[in-house]
Ligand binder design. Structure first.
Ligand code: 44T
Length: 764
């Protein structure tokens, strides 16, 4: 072919060129008329290459042909061809704005097409969430485009569930500890079974044909902190509480433990929004990088769960008590966008908290080094084998008391190798796991001391009454025993049968029976059910010189739970029944009024319920945070989609587990008494109250937080909103905020129904 061309030219000469130009123009116009834009475009190209002088004359027709042909190519997804055409056109018309503009438009549409995948699948395990997703997708007219599967991603298969392997997996299955929702397992499976192969490392160029995961990767950070709030929930901090020695016979531990050897049921971490933790926290080390993880590297994901822990040596920068390691992460979604769950971010994310266990808090100071091992175990990020190197004391090592197996981990670095643990072996000590709320209650010295005082005064008053009863009974007994042969029957059990009986029906671990027993001649009944906790309470009794037969476990007498409230013995009644009125989350315990009514019938005439009475307090506040967290706000669409009404079906008016002292809010009124529950007389689970509240500051009332004053007797009370309280607070969030001015008087209607509280706020 190349040999013939010059020949033709030579033969045709300039006359041949003109004929060729003419014929090309003719053909281009013909094909354009027939709307065969592709062929027309080819002829125009030839024409303009032969006769550049025609550029101006045929510009309009050429542009028209180009745009029409590009449109056609676009509809055929021949993206590369479109840009080849534009390139050729711009070589001929380098300064033509119209062509440049049109090419820009095509670029955009190409991105849009690329973003709008041809097949979209969504996978959700939870039924509620799956149904919510279906509603959202349907209401946004996308039901035809997105296939929602109600299953665990690990059960998905090609081609059963997906028609073919996909090019992109987007997942946000991360919790505060990053791995807790199983993202590593899910992605290992996805790379093996659902995604196109990963793009080889270092390969540039087109990504077509390769699989990819969003988020790209994550970096986990950590810090070592002193934090009293964490400490009092995970460590029994006092050796003596309410007159009882706690730490001699039993070693307590929290269910949140990095030492898997303790208990399989243990969780490796808890969560806390550190920015709002009551009492704050102090960082004892700089923030450190604990781990990085590439979600786009299947090999790395697979190795993650089996690889050796990574040992970190963290220099202490501030003196303080070693309470916890706190971890968070930065998720890199794509090259440009990242998301941090860090403690200093203004987000709703919580951080993962790894409490450091041990009998007594250990103080560290600058010069010390905290040594920590990080790994991913059973799909959890864990920090373990926490030790402190002290340079002053010739590098002595203090090991977390729970982790005596540290010494056996042979590959400690040289400096560590020669050191021994200083913690005493406590092989004889009884171990007992408590919930963090139970630990916090043990640490609430005011709670225990107040109960002790109130019980002491009640028992004292009852013993004075009892003196007479006992006296008259003894005479009766004597007379009835007159004819008996065995006059020694006045045994100890008969004596105890005349003792005062106290029943504690607290939820969870409670030392109130022992505090009561310490007060004198009284028989105490604990409603503990867990054997381990019964054993621990017995051990506590023994180490506090409380006689074995004074403490009974009420459950061991009962046929089933429903009969918890019964007489202690036939013909006998209780002197005191202790009820657990308020849940740690800040709500009144379900069934409290019924329980109180039943318990009252089992009390002797001078007997008491504890508490006797509960006052509910509240105040008007403006809190953006509470409102933001209660529902998706605003009327506009979320990222262009209609989502809010579906999410907001799950809105609840009452928020629990609040730290009122650190919740961002503005007070608009003084605290006021909302309602009084007199447990010694209340008969109905349905109460109403209407009160007037003075507003002292202008603003928008968005919520009414509430808490309790728990009256153990007429004088002694506990407030559930105090620094040492193990209780958190609750708040009623208004559907519609109420705008108020300083000096306004509002009417607050409170409705109490079966332990639930609701409110209506109106202008007076
Ligand atoms: N992320 C926010 C929380 N699921 C989401 O059923 C993100 C919170 C967050 N479905 C710190 C940081 C962040 N197959 O509904 C759940 C769950 C579902 C699966 C099917 C699977 N293999 C799984 C795994 C989980 O996914 C939903 C979300 S997981 C919850 C985490 C910066 N705290």
């Amino acid at each position: 072919m190349s040999a013939r061309r010059p020949g033709r030219r030579a033969r045709g000469g300039s006359r041949g060129r003109v004929r060729l130009v003419y014929r090309s123009l003719q053909s281009a116009q013909d094909y354009l008329e027939r709307e065969d834009f592709g062929t027309a475009f080819a002829h125009y190209l030839l024409l303009l290459n032969l006769a550049p002088e025609l550029k101006d004359i045929i510009r309009e027709s050429f542009q028209h042909t180009l745009f029409k042909w590009a449109e056609e190519l676009d509809s055929l997804s021949r993206i590369q061809d479109i840009f080849d055409c534009y390139e050729q056109a711009l070589e001929l018309y380098p300064n033509n704005e119209v062509i440049w503009n049109s090419m820009g438009e095509h670029l955009f549409s190409m991105f849009a097409r690329e973003a709008g995948a041809s097949h979209v699948y969504a996978c959700e395990l939870s039924k509620t969430m799956y149904e919510l997703a279906c509603e959202v997708v349907a209401s946004n007219q996308m039901a035809g485009e997105i296939k929602i599967l109600h299953m665990k991603s690990l059960d998905m298969e090609v081609p059963k569930d997906l028609s073919s392997r996909v090019s992109l997996v987007v997942t946000e299955t991360v919790d505060a500890g990053l791995f807790g929702e199983g993202i590593v397992e899910s992605l290992i499976h996805a790379w093996q079974h659902l995604l196109l192969p990963p793009r080889p490392a270092g390969q540039e160029g087109p990504t077509e044909g390769f699989g990819r995961v969003i988020p790209l990767h994550a970096v986990v950070f950590g810090m070592v902190v002193e934090c009293q709030e964490i400490r009092r929930h995970h460590r029994v901090c006092f050796n003596e509480v309410g007159g009882l020695r706690l730490n001699e016979a039993v070693m307590w531990y929290s269910p949140v433990s990095n030492e898997s050897c303790i208990d399989d049921a243990a969780e490796p971490y808890t969560t806390e929004r550190m920015r709002q933790v009551p009492g704050g926290y102090t960082t004892l080390t700089d923030h450190f990088q604990a781990m990085t993880i590439d979600f786009n590297n299947p090999r790395e994901l697979e190795e993650l769960t089996t690889r050796n822990p990574c040992r970190l040596c963290l220099p202490v920068v501030k003196e303080g008590v070693l309470d916890a390691i706190v971890a968070w992460f930065v998720l890199q979604l794509d090259e440009d966008t990242s998301l941090s769950t860090g403690p200093d971010e203004e987000t709703c994310w919580e951080q993962a908290v790894y409490p450091i266990q041990g009998v007594l808090g250990q103080t560290v100071k600058p010069g010390n080094t905290v040594v920590v091992d990080v790994s991913c175990k059973n799909s959890y990020l864990v920090f373990h084998s926490i030790a402190v190197l002290s340079h002053e004391h010739k590098m002595e090592i203090e090991v977390n008391t729970m982790s005596n197996h540290l010494a056996s981990e042979a590959e400690l670095c040289d400096a560590l190798a020669n050191l021994q643990t200083t913690s005493e072996p406590r092989t004889t000590l009884l171990h007992c796991m408590l919930e963090s709320s139970e630990i916090a209650r043990l640490n609430n010295t005011q709670y225990n001391d107040h109960f002790k005082s109130a019980l002491s005064s009640i028992l004292f008053s009852l013993t004075s009454v009892d003196g007479e009863i006992y006296f008259s009974q003894t005479i009766n007994d004597r007379s009835s025993n007159m004819n008996c042969e065995n006059t020694n029957s006045q045994s100890s059990s008969d004596l105890t049968s005349d003792m005062l009986c106290v029943l504690d029906v607290s939820e969870g671990f409670s030392i109130l029976p022992l505090i009561t027993a310490k007060l004198g001649s009284v028989k105490v009944f604990s409603s503990l059910e867990k054997v381990q906790q019964q054993v621990a309470l017995n051990a506590l009794a023994e180490s506090n010189e409380i006689s074995k037969d004074v403490l009974e476990f009420w459950h061991n007498y009962l046929e089933d739970d429903s009969t918890l409230l019964q007489r202690p013995q036939a013909g006998k009644l209780w002197s005191v029944i202790i009820l657990d009125a308020i849940e740690m989350c800040g709500l009144i315990r379900q069934g409290l009024v019924e329980k109180a009514a039943l318990a009252r019938c089992l009390l002797r005439p001078e007997g008491r319920l504890m508490p006797q009475c509960i006052k509910i307090y509240g105040m008007l506040i403006e809190s953006e945070t509470l409102q933001q967290e209660s529902a998706v706000q605003g009327k506009e669409a979320t990222l262009g989609f209609n989502i809010a009404p579906f999410i907001n079906q799950f809105k609840v008016p009452v928020h629990v587990f609040l730290h009122l002292s650190t919740l961002p809010h503005v007070r608009l009124s003084e605290p006021v008494e909302l309602l009084k529950l007199d447990l010694m007389s209340v008969v109905t689970d349905d109460l109403c109250n209407e009160i007037r509240v003075q507003v002292y500051s202008s603003g928008r009332i968005t919520a009414v937080p509430f808490w309790y004053e728990i009256y153990l007797d007429t004088e002694i009370s506990l407030n559930t909103w105090s620094d040492t309280s193990h209780w958190k607070q609750a708040a009623f969030v208004l559907d519609n905020p109420v705008q108020v001015n300083a000096g306004d008087e509002l009417i607050l209607k409170i409705h109490y129904h079966k332990s639930n509280i609701s409110m209506i706020v109106n202008h007076g």
